[in-house]
Design a protein around this ligand. Structure first.
Ligand code: IMP
Ligand code: MG
Length: 177
């Protein structure tokens, strides 16, 4: 299917918002040096993780979890599988999940259920993008970067069929007629 990518969110806007999120997270976890695990969901969060982690001036470890959700297209499959598990224990740790985007909420809701079994001291979510109009499951996301309309976006880690993750800005996918 033919499509084009049209710029939607410039690099500078993403950068500023990531700095603000980092500041807020740093404030909320101050005094918790080295009790915090910043946990990115791969692959979509890889760029956001790298930028956000550097804005959190509280000692933290990082870990990654790979779950399957969207396959290679634009429609959500409804059950996640753990493709790659955590490297470290999170029991009694403060865990902050870092996700690229929350859409229906199905992925994050299942990821939270899975992680809660590992008995973290606390569990919060930071999602860079949010599509509130698409939500089918209510998930509490403490830190949200930017809410966007119901568009399919790519860039800054997000893909369409594994393409465009490297774009420094975020664009929307426009299908040809
Ligand atoms: P959810 O389970 O419907 O909330 O979907 C979340 C996952 O779907 C995200 O982690 C993304 O990988 C993917 N996703 C949702 N919306 C978009 C989008 O607009 N662009 C790229 N990936 C998306
Ligand atoms: Mg994802």
């Amino acid at each position: 299917m033919k499509y084009t990518v049209e710029k939607l969110i410039p690099e500078s806007m993403i950068r500023n918002r990531v700095i603000e999120l980092g500041r807020q997270i740093e404030k909320d976890y101050s005094g918790e040096d080295n009790n915090l695990v910043v946990l990115g969901l791969l692959r979509g969060s890889f760029i956001f993780m790298a930028d956000l982690s550097r804005q959190i001036g509280v000692g933290h470890s990082i870990d990654f979890l790979t779950v399957s959700s969207y396959g290679d297209g634009m429609s959500s499959s409804h059950k996640i599988d753990i493709i790659r598990d955590l490297s470290e224990e999170i029991q009694n740790k403060h865990v902050l999940i870092v996700e690229d985007i929350i859409d229906t909420g199905i992925t994050l809701s299942q990821v939270c259920d899975y992680l809660m079994q590992k008995r973290p001291r606390s569990l919060e979510i930071c999602a860079l993008f949010n599509k509130p109009s698409r939500r089918v499951i209510n998930v509490e996301v403490k830190y949200i970067g930017l809410s966007i309309p119901d568009e399919f976006i790519v860039g800054y880690g997000l893909d369409y069929a594994q393409k465009h993750r490297h774009l420094p800005y975020v664009g929307k996918v426009i299908m040809a007629e």
